[in-house]
Design a protein around this ligand. Structure first.
Ligand SMILES: Nc1ncnc2c1ncn2[C@@H]1O[C@H](COP(=O)(O)OP(=O)(O)OP(=O)(O)O)[C@@H](O)[C@H]1O
Ligand SMILES: [Mg+2]
Length: 235
């Protein structure tokens, strides 16, 4: 029997309608990722990184092409099925940590588990253990505005990890941080990857991209493998 593909994109195109015209943002993107890989997508502003991240994260769908994630044909799914994949398989880390200001660190981290129907006592235990994992055991009852930028980002990472997703997806995770704090976050990503998590990190900063084990470049909606000529992966 064929091995279940972890991640495969083929000929992904994305167009946005603009009046009577359409903007061609992703162009025949091919990408294969194996379980446990740590991949960075490096490209300048406007190259299509967030558009790609939204499609990878099942927050948006491509205009054409195929996308398989852990055996599911994502391009064939309806919105409620996409929501199910998102909450079960994907952990998101956004550029600005996007924590809810009226919830403590602990409650922010518990949130994804509420959506997936986990009991309150289990939620709390799981959120506490993940916050410990990111070094915030003494900050669990702080509200976001009582935390430093790097601490907020670690809460966001904990929130992304709490459902134990098979894919961790990060859009400019160090974008708002100073260099030293950025390096700490990158150290944490390395550890998470060493534990077997698959990570896709999107960045415009080649110094940050270098922390990943594999780098693909996106320029004007076209993806190329570092050292290769064509679209990433084997077509
Ligand atoms: N809803 C939309 N309608 C029309 N054009 C869009 C839309 N969203 C994005 N675009 C265009 O698609 C291109 C890619 O945008 P995207 O947000 O993916 O870039 P990015 O690589 O993430 O850039 P940045 O590094 O600045 O975040 C841009 O030229 C943008 O203007
Ligand atoms: Mg972006």
């Amino acid at each position: 029997m064929a091995e279940k593909t972890f991640f495969r994109m083929r000929l992904i195109n994305k167009y946005y309608p603009m009046g009577d015209e359409k903007v061609h943002v992703l162009k025949d993107v091919n990408l294969d990722i194996e379980k446990g890989e740590y991949l960075s997508v490096l490209g300048p502003s406007g190259s299509g990184k967030s558009t790609l991240m939204n499609i990878i994260g099942c927050l948006d769908v491509a205009s054409s092409g195929t996308y398989m994630l852990e055996g599911d044909a994502i391009d064939l799914l309806e919105e409620d099925e996409l929501a199910h994949i998102r909450s079960g398989k994907i952990g998101f880390i956004f550029q600005n940590s996007q924590l809810l200001p009226r919830l403590t660190a602990l409650k922010n981290v518990e949130l994804p588990l509420i959506y997936s129907g986990v009991s309150p006592s289990k939620r709390r235990k799981r959120a506490e253990s993940i916050l410990k994992r990111v070094g915030l055991e003494d900050r669990m009852d702080h509200y976001p505005n009582q935390l430093s930028g790097g601490q907020q980002q670690r809460v966001a990472i904990a929130r992304a990890l709490v459902t134990n997703p098979s894919l961790l997806l990060a859009d400019e995770p160090t974008g708002a941080l100073d260099q030293k704090t950025g390096r700490q976050i990158m150290q944490l990503f390395r550890e998470l990857n060493a534990e077997g998590r698959t990570i896709i990190m999107i960045t415009h900063d080649m110094n940050i991209a270098a922390y990943a084990h594999r780098v693909v470049h996106i320029i004007d909606g076209e993806l190329t493998e570092e050292g290769g000529e064509n679209s990433a992966g084997n077509a």
